[in-house]
Design a protein around this ligand. Structure first.
Ligand code: S3P
Length: 452
């Protein structure tokens, strides 16, 4: 069976609950990678000529970036049915938009576009939803100010007014947090700066911007530094060349059906076409250490990115220590890992998690509250999470507050598919920000997720 999405997704909003049903079986295509989707629209809009994107993730976060590109002057059009759409982006010199750019829930959208707006030497105002308004923007605004942009913010948060019409100069910066969003914002700003910008990345984080800039004809030089870091240099004034982009499947979204298969007895699921770039695959490494029956099949390179079909079967899991150094390669996967860890035999200790406090929600607090309410044994500190697995499913039976966070919502729905009593979430609407086909895909594999 292939759960192909030929029609618009069934979206669920409000309260939704997941309950134990039979095994999950079958194959499904992973939705397009969110990080690569944002980048393809932004780089397309910066490139003269037409960029054709297939496999773009048609989720709220990415659609906000598409709308922002239109607001900045690019042509953005879509052809074809759901699941087979091709997006055509016609780049044009960016203009300062009259209206604020509203990026909804999307940290990636807002931070990357701030960098690109600075690089385009224009001015724009940025806004977001209640979750995005609470997230730190100073980490991007500081380097952009060093480069000469002027920014007015609300205590380091949205709304932000950014003005870069006065010109921009290259800088040498060391990333204070291993954030691909910050790194990408600086690289995009550097395109419009005078001179060579040098970014020092002490710990490697996802490199899709670097890979895609190169595909768009931009010269970058990268040099290893210290134990596991690197320098990236980029000269300003380079012109991008439009190209075709094929977006691979998102490993962060694929994690949900894969996790469900691991904890539901007799399940056997394959998620096809998943990006397995090592800087994104930390969860899969951890799952293997936990004893998960997972295999990468049909591994190939597509558009410069490694891709595989991931097969997962129900497994007896054991607790592990997840090193802090692995956090950048699985930063969005800790909520679902914590759910899996509660099914494992023994303790799972996760460290180096300070960034989880400033995601769409405080993910350490949300995971702790949700697991504890459903019978999990969990403790946390400022930058760590410890789950004592009981070698059996959670009791379930409690409602989980999602705090506008799609990954909290999907993690606890997966928990409910194996737990004694159903698990309910207070609001499913945010799932549409990253994985609008979640409900269809899970239902096609055999999951029982219902409204209310
Ligand atoms: C992303 C980077 C990560 C990740 C986010 C997507 C990106 O954020 O959590 O979901 O596309 O660059 P940080 O860069 O803040 O770690």
């Amino acid at each position: 069976m292939t759960a192909s999405q030929a029609k618009p997704a069934r979206l669920m909003t409000g309260r939704v609950s997941a309950r134990r049903a039979g095994p999950l079986h079958g194959a499904a295509a992973a939705p397009g990678d969110k990080s690569i989707s944002h980048r393809s629209l932004i780089l397309g809009a910066l490139s003269p000529g037409e960029t054709r994107i297939s496999g773009l993730l048609e989720a709220d976060d990415v659609l906000r970036t598409a709308a922002a590109m239109r607001g900045l002057g690019a042509g953005v059009e879509r052809d074809g049915p759901h699941g087979q759409a091709v997006w055509r982006v016609s780049g044009a010199p960016w203009q300062s938009p009259e209206k604020a750019l509203y990026l909804g829930n999307s940290g990636t959208g807002v931070r990357l576009i701030m960098g690109a707006v600075a690089g385009a030497r224009i001015a724009a105002t940025f806004e977001g939803d209640i979750s995005l308004r609470g997230r730190p923007m100073g980490r991007v605004l500081e380097p952009l100010r060093m480069m000469g942009a002027e920014a007015t913010d609300r205590d380091g948060r949205l709304p932000v007014r950014l003005e870069a019409n006065g010109g921009l100069k290259a800088v040498k910066v060391k990333l204070a947090t291993p954030s691909a969003q910050v790194k990408s914002a600086i690289l995009l700003a550097a395109l419009g700066a005078e001179g060579v910008t040098r970014v020092h990345e002490p710990e490697l984080c996802r490199d899709h911007t670097e890979r895609m800039l190169e595909a768009f004809g931009v010269a970058l030089s990268m040099e290893p530094e210290g134990a596991g870091g690197r320098y990236i240099e980029i000269a300003g004034g380079q012109t991008l060349k439009s190209c075709d982009v094929v977006v691979p499947g998102d490993p962060s979204s694929a994690a949900f059906p894969i996790a469900a298969a691991l904890i539901i007895p007799n399940s056997d699921v394959t998620i096809k076409g998943v990006l397995v770039n090592p800087l994104r695959a930390g969860l899969y490494e951890t799952l293997r250490e936990m004893g998960a029956d997972i295999s990468f099949e049909n591994t190939r390179v597509e558009n410069g990115e490694p891709v595989a079909d991931i097969r997962a079967r129900h497994s007896v899991l054991r607790g592990v220590e997840v090193p802090a150094s692995r956090a950048p390669s699985m930063i969005d996967e800790y909520p679902i890992l914590a759910v899996l860890a509660s099914h494992a035999h023994g303790e799972t200790m996760m460290t180096g998690l300070e960034e989880l406090r400033v995601k769409e929600s405080d993910r350490i607090a949300c995971v702790e509250a949700g697991l504890a309410a459903n019978g999990g044994d969990v403790a946390s500190g400022p930058d760590w999470l410890r789950v004592r697995g009981q070698g059996k499913p959670l009791n379930g039976g409690a409602m989980v507050k999602t705090h506008h966070d799609h990954r909290i919502a999907m993690s606890f729905l997966v928990a409910g598919l194996a737990s004694g009593k159903p698990v309910e979430i207070d609001d499913a609407s945010m799932i549409a920000t990253s994985f609008p086909d979640f409900f269809d895909l899970m239902a096609a594999l055999g999951a029982d997720i219902v409204a209310g």
